[in-house]
Design a protein around this ligand. Sequence first.
Ligand SMILES: Cc1ncc(COP(=O)(O)O)c(C=O)c1O
Length: 453
Amino acid sequence: MNSFFYRNLKRDYPVISEGRGCWLTDKQGRQYLDGCSGAVVSNLGHAVDEVKQAVVQQMDKVAFAHTSQFVSDVALELAASLTEIAPPNFKHGGRVYFVSGGSEAVETALKMARGFFFEQRETKRTITISRWNSYHGSTRGALSATGHPARRTPYLPLLSEEPHISPVYQYRCRCGATGVCQSSECTLRLADELESAILEAGPENVMAFIAEPVVGAALGAVAPGPEYWPRIREICTKYGVLLIADEVMTGLGRAGANFGCDLWNVQPDIIALGKGLSAGYMPLGAVMASAKIVSGFQNGSGVFEHGFTYSGHPVACAAGLAVMQYMQKHQLVQNVANRESAFFKRLEQLRQFEIVGDVRGRGFLGAVELVQDRATKRPFAPKLRIGQKIAMQAQIDGLLIYPGSGSVDGLNGDHFIVAPPFNISDKELDELLVRLTKSLATVQESVLAASAS
Ligand SMILES: Cc1ncc(COP(=O)(O)O)c(C=O)c1O
């Protein structure tokens, strides 16, 4: 009897048996090239010995100590390493609160924002503004901020109803641009939606704005134009609203910089991290609090009324520290930045397929949007589940990619993410393209044949 609660109980999943570098092997001996680092997690690939050693060494010393009683050397060192590479307002006086994953990080960031205002006696500030076409996590607070209807719908009665503004989505800009909208006017108009939302809610009631610097799962690697984030920062500062950057996917190199917001030199007040922080070696997330947030607590009660049993887990922090040291030793963030154009040059070749509408992204976070009709950008019928179909075909062809849907209106619109480990070789990138081309050809052929019949 199988007692494992799968993500989809109507599907079978292969049993994983081994991971080495950019390759995963299942129990049947089938090999998969990890073209999406799991879910944009395994930034170093699999089985890096230095990380394994660090985990074992920490286990030998002490596996667990509760943060109400102790802190560990590895947690202190990891926090220091993170603030060292963070935007300037985190460097002197910023601090890091460790958790066990991205949703916990977002949940904690939201409560930290509230805690900050509570300490300032600005107790009316409770509203968080976020964006449609976003994903911030599965817990109730994070899901309330999330702007992805398919993920929200079953739980709507459990969620708090808070304002969502439009994302930047140049391929489907409201101005009706035929290609990909490049207009800075459109970018600024979208940023200014934040100001309108703040004014509508009453600035004294608004606590935070949360967004992904480059939208990941919910939209497929969409980076805004250069004017967007600086304008967002300006608006938040004007109204005293905290800016939370959800860098769970973009943080620590994925977008070609240490933090996604570094791409625009923007300094958020709070940063949420997960995924690449421990690159999948241990469950780990973090919330980085800028100096302003920390002093807000220090000058008040000093207490952030919050906590998880596994906050600051020494073994998870040891893994995170070893991941950071490995990335720095091998200059992997720089490596992503240097190879970004070579990566996208390969992805661009997928435009040979009629069903490919757009290819986009930053760093090693790439995505392909799929369309029924390229000229009109008409999406596929959702019931076709075209993204899923391609991902499943790719898995058969020995390649892992990360599908998503709902980009157009929450229901329609399909894409898949390609986000390999940072240390993938050029030869493996070529192989990724060969396999992806094969899978796309197979699915396109079957889709076109079905629509002709
Ligand atoms: C931007 C973003 N925030 C939050 C999360 C939630 O992270 P986790 O799945 O680790 O809880 C994700 C996960 O995909 C994410 O991409």
